[in-house]
Design a protein around this ligand. Sequence first.
Ligand code: DC
Length: 644
Amino acid sequence: MEFLDLPPMLGASGQVRLPGSKSISNRTLLLAALAEGETDIRDLLASDDVERMLDALRALGVAWSRDGDTDNYRVTGVGGPFPVKSADLFLGNAGTAFRPLTAALALSGGEYRLSGVPRMHERPIGDLVDGLRQLGAGVDYLANEGFPPLHIRPATIRSGGVVRVRGDVSSQFLTALLMALPLTGVESTVEVVGELISKPYIAITLDLMARFGVEVRREGWERFVVPGGVRYRSPGVIFVEGDASSASYFLAAGAIGGGPVRVEGVGSTSIQGDVRFAEALATLGARIEMGDNWIEARAPESGRLKAFDLDLNHIPDAAMTLAVAALFADGPCRLRNIASWRVKETDRIAAMATELRKVGAVVEEGADYLVVTPPAVLRAAAIDTYDDHRMAMCFSLVALGGCRVRINDPKCVNKTFPTYFERFAEIARPVPVIAIDGPSASGKGSVAARVAEALGYQCLDSGSLYRIVALAAMRAGVSLEDDQAVAEIAASLPASFEGGRVLLSGDDVSDEIRTEACSSGASRVAALPAVRAALLDRQRDYRIAPGLVAEGRDMGSVVFPDAATKIFLTATAEARAERRYKQLMEKGMAANMENLLKDLHERDARDAARPVAPLQKLPDAELLDTTEMDLEQAVGFVLGRVRS
Ligand code: DC
């Protein structure tokens, strides 16, 4: 399984240009396809769901072209029903392609088959099919009653009259009907049965239909009259707004991580309902500013988000972001009226509850609500994303709690936002790590400790972990060659560091781990892949604000490959042996230069020759040869690098 590890973050600020809106992109493409004339679409979203729509339109006889590798497209409308009368369309998990195409094809007088990924076949479409059948359309279920895949056959479409459609499962059924009805050429009225959910999405549909020349008369949110004798006409050029749902992650990042974070591409003149996410965020205390085409979010004056109890029916997609923002609130948060989550890319209520619990939240899950009680401290976790782009994007925010988080299958963001994690990395500031690697006795330990003190950072002496593992294994009578047994000890190592002392099961072993027996044992257990793997997370847990200085052999290469500063600190073996000799003499311990030198050579060779995380200077690390330097100079060098 592919994954992406996000480091703990200090905060977030900056600016993001949003990708085009998915809802607007796919509606615009369909309307441009059905319209008379050519439409130039600017800033179309580049994503899987839009690809599905583009592919389908081409298969249906609609010509379109892309301007180089820009996001600008030209669609040559067919001025009515689709010219291709027989097609087999695969639409992935793109609801915004599947539903509207079903309606438009049902009124196109051809024979079509529409299918998608398995999850698409679990997402209901019965209410839309019922509506289309009232018009006389021939739509059959190929597998389960009420669900894709579908078969559409030519049928005589009844002209005019009233179509009744349920509005309480997905507003996309109403959107699909409204967009397709002008194909009949006669006036029709759609009556919504049940409470219409996600109303702002219907507003987007009506706005775009009007831009293509069809004004729908709306009576409340219950009746919609689509005029007869009108055809879609290209508006010439149309700009796709930035995606307001995608904006929610960055705005929340600003509210959680200090900010300001500004998104560009949506604002007060936006036609997308999800811009109202900003209002919801404001009720949590976030400071929001808005212009025509931008929104900016900052953390509350108090620094902490306020607990909330909100009806989120009008912003179902962006509401997911609030579920994760709840982790940062000052009390239990209730998200109400979100039943539609259950029929989205995944059962989002269940998925959200499961994953929020992994990071430590207490979650109450209802049929149409969630109550999220934030934990005192977030727990690092591997988040499953259920092939749901929004799960992946939402949970990146956990990192702003100073907590590392692993996002499984991060590529699922391709559905609507292929470059999401790159953009996120541009605004989020990781807790900095200074990695100092190098051979034994090179002085890394002293340099690291001094640098950490100067900066007020944590300090990790990773070598001591290997030393403690070796000691614990020897005490337990485990062979140092036994990869699995030593790894088990490493995984549950009862070690702690207190005031410069090293404790193993409460026993002070500070001196014992420095003995030659432990040194050579450490170098042996450090060559075992399972042991290294078992210590990985433990080492990463030292990355705490405001920063970490980590010293060892693989700090910059394996444990913290994203470290901001990487130093490879070394000195000739002779210089190192001499330093070690002096240290031992000062401590009143017996020492022999010749043996020390031989031992260093052996350990260097072993550390460099092992297949896992061998000691080496990587190209991105800076070489610091301290043979001719004193400690002061070496510390000065590292601090200079950090500051530059
Ligand atoms: O730095 P040190 O001498 O305390 O390290 C003890 C042993 O542990 C040494 O043989 C190298 C190994 N080690 C390692 O393999 N990876 C690290 N990150 C740190 C130490």
